[in-house]
Design a protein around this ligand. Structure first.
Ligand code: ASP
Length: 586
């Protein structure tokens, strides 16, 4: 070993020991006859000291020649420091170096490798291996590691078997585009990378595996955001002979286990809410329950008073921002401009201040008496000092806009504390979702999700109203996981494909293998997958999943460090029997 100790290990009781340390030069302070070097590795930083007189001259010269990020081996004696540094765990000691070996010099790094760095995002992505030397970045991956270990521990204890499923497969529809891989030995044919192992885990249930899990890479070609990467990781699970309740309990257990063992947080009981309640109460299928501000529908109290905007609206919703009655005119104008931005798209914002004396001051005083406004306030429990914000319009957009405004107010009022965790199961999702672009229904979760038995007749008459045995786990407004009880018989699966616009032949071509498997004794089954990167980000208190991925891609799906995607050689293309003729994008 090129070291006897790590750079985070030595303490006052080690004084007088002869030690060897290896690591990276964090900093050199050269006072002429006295040189200090901070030596860093994954475990910490230890101070090395070189002194004129007691160290020989060539040693001092060598120390003076060290640059940032040089890799060195230092042998010497542990001394008690005269001026101790209580901010460093090794701050009571330093190493008087007797032998210094430069294991490898380093170019000057393109940004400062400390917790606070001067490197911008792109630069740090290009030199991600240097960024990963920074404690704050490495710690995020250590958190990820812990979460993985604890997940395996819990799943194993619950009798789940970890099984790997293939990566070169055929499309599994999870609502995104596939990444495809050409096959050399089958010219003109392509594999698809899994958007999830969905069909394989169901086949494992047909095989009698009973409880499966896998920490697995999934690939989806979709537009990227802070919480999306083209390749990401799931904790993917499936169980046989279970009801929805069993799955919710098992994965509530996993969530609690992770919070307790990784974060030391006793998670409260996971609330339940139907999709319909989430949409009407919060305008969103993943409500952030760290704060209240539930929607109050005001149609019955706000219409018929001569205010034509409200009279013509399909829906009028108000929220109560507690204690925001103090908002100044300027702040309210800013809020109004904010909701009118194209990203939100509201036409305007009506507000009502609840004054201390029980009166109200609103932007619509002309149309509403104090009594009228009082009835609004009562609908949402608004009291003196509160601010009521009202939006109106068609139901769908108004809910969406109000959902954004609610989150913004939660943020402004400091109600979205990263150290508070409010988990929620959203249940009873619709089975199908109308897609305006393609003019047909899509599976809201995926085509293998079972409809609620009592809703099956509606498939013929009102498909949009059919509810699914599908559920999502939401924490603090982030969708952490989702799953469903599956269809496990051929005829229902066929019916589902028919409603999704597949011809029998198409369904057979794409999913014949699964439907056939259902004819060989498929047990009732269901499952769930957690977005592992998002779960890590929630634990780490961050909005971006990128920080929790060792080598992430940027917003255009590029890995700027290895510079990919990239073209391939003509030889490779010929081998694949492929000619590239780029068509214009539609
Ligand atoms: N395969 C689903 C997904 O990736 C999860 C599931 O239904 O188990 O969202």
């Amino acid at each position: 070993m090129l070291r006897t100790h790590t750079c985070g290990e030595l303490r006052i009781q080690d004084v007088h020991q002869k030690v060897s340390l290896s690591g990276w030069v964090q900093r050199v302070r050269n006072k002429g006859g006295l040189i200090w070097v901070d030596l860093r590795d994954r475990y910490g930083v230890t101070q090395l000291i070189f002194e004129e007189g007691s160290s020989d001259k060539s040693l001092l010269e060598k120390a003076a020649s060290l640059g940032r990020e040089f890799v060195v081996l230092a042998k010497g004696t542990v001394l008690e420091r005269t001026s101790k540094n209580d901010k460093m765990p090794t701050g009571d000691i330093e190493i008087k170096v007797e032998l210094l070996e430069i294991l490898n010099p380093s170019k000057v790094p393109p940004f400062i490798i400390e917790d606070e760095t001067d490197g911008g995002d792109e630069l740090r992505m290009k030199y991600r291996y240097l960024d990963l030397r920074r404690n704050v970045v490495r710690e995020k991956l250590q958190l990820r590691h812990r979460m993985m270990q604890e997940t395996r521990k819990y799943m194993d204890a619950q009798d789940f078997i970890e099984v790997e499923t293939p990566v070169l497969i055929k499309s599994t529809p999870e609502g995104a585009r596939d990444f495809v891989v050409p096959s050399r030995v089958n010219p003109g044919e392509f594999y698809a990378l899994p958007q999830s192992p969905q069909t394989f885990k169901q086949l494992l249930m047909v095989s009698g595996f009973d409880r499966y899990f896998q920490i697995v890479k999934c690939f989806r070609d979709e537009d990227l955001r802070a919480d999306r990467q083209p390749e990401f990781t799931q904790i993917d699970c499936e169980m046989s002979f279970v009801s929805q309740e069993d799955i919710l309990n098992t994965f509530e257990g996993l969530t609690k286990h992770l919070f307790a063992n990784v974060k030391g947080v006793e998670l409260e009981e996971v609330k339940r809410m139907t999709y319909a309640e989430a949409m009407s109460g919060y305008g969103n299928d993943k409500p952030d329950l760290r704060f209240d501000m539930k929607f109050a529908e005001l149609n019955d109290v706000a219409q018929g008073k001569g205010f034509s905007i409200f009279d013509q609206a399909e829906l009028i919703i108000g929220i109560c921002a507690k204690g925001a009655g103090e908002y100044t005119r300027k702040q309210l104008d800013e809020l109004t401009n904010w909701v009118k931005r194209p990203q939100i798209g509201a036409k305007g914002l009506v507000y009502v201040k609840c004054n201390e004396d029980g009166t109200f001051k609103s932007t619509v005083d002309k149309f509403y008496s104090n009594e009228d406004l009082k009835s609004w306030a009562e609908k949402m429990g608004a009291e003196a000092g509160d601010l009521i914000l009202v939006l109106s319009g068609d139901a769908k957009s108004t809910r969406k806009q109000m959902s954004e405004l609610r989150l913004k107010m939660g943020e402004e009022l400091g109600l979205r504390d990263r150290n508070v965790f409010k988990p929620l199961w959203v249940v009873d999702f619709p089975l199908l979702e109308w897609d305006e672009e393609t003019n047909r229904f899509h599976a809201m979760h995926h085509p293998f999700t079972s409809p609620k038995k009592e809703d099956i007749p509606l498939l013929e008459t009102d498909p949009g109203a059919v509810r699914a045995n599908a559920y999502d786990l939401v924490i603090n407004g982030v969708e952490i996981g989702g799953g469903s009880i599956r269809i496990h018989d051929r005829s229902t699966q066929q019916l589902m494909f028919k409603h999704l616009g597949f011809s029998d032949a198409e369904a057979q071509k794409q999913f014949g293998f699964l439907m056939e498997a259902f004819e060989f004794g498929a047990p009732p089954h269901g499952g769930i997958a957690f977005g592992f990167d998002r779960l890590c980000a929630i634990f780490g208190g961050s909005d971006s999943i990128r920080d929790y991925i060792a080598f992430p891609k940027n917003n255009s799906g590029r890995d700027v460090m290895i510079d990919t995607p990239s073209t391939i050689s003509d030889e490779q293309l010929t081998e694949l029997s492929i000619k590239v003729a780029l068509a214009e994008k539609k």
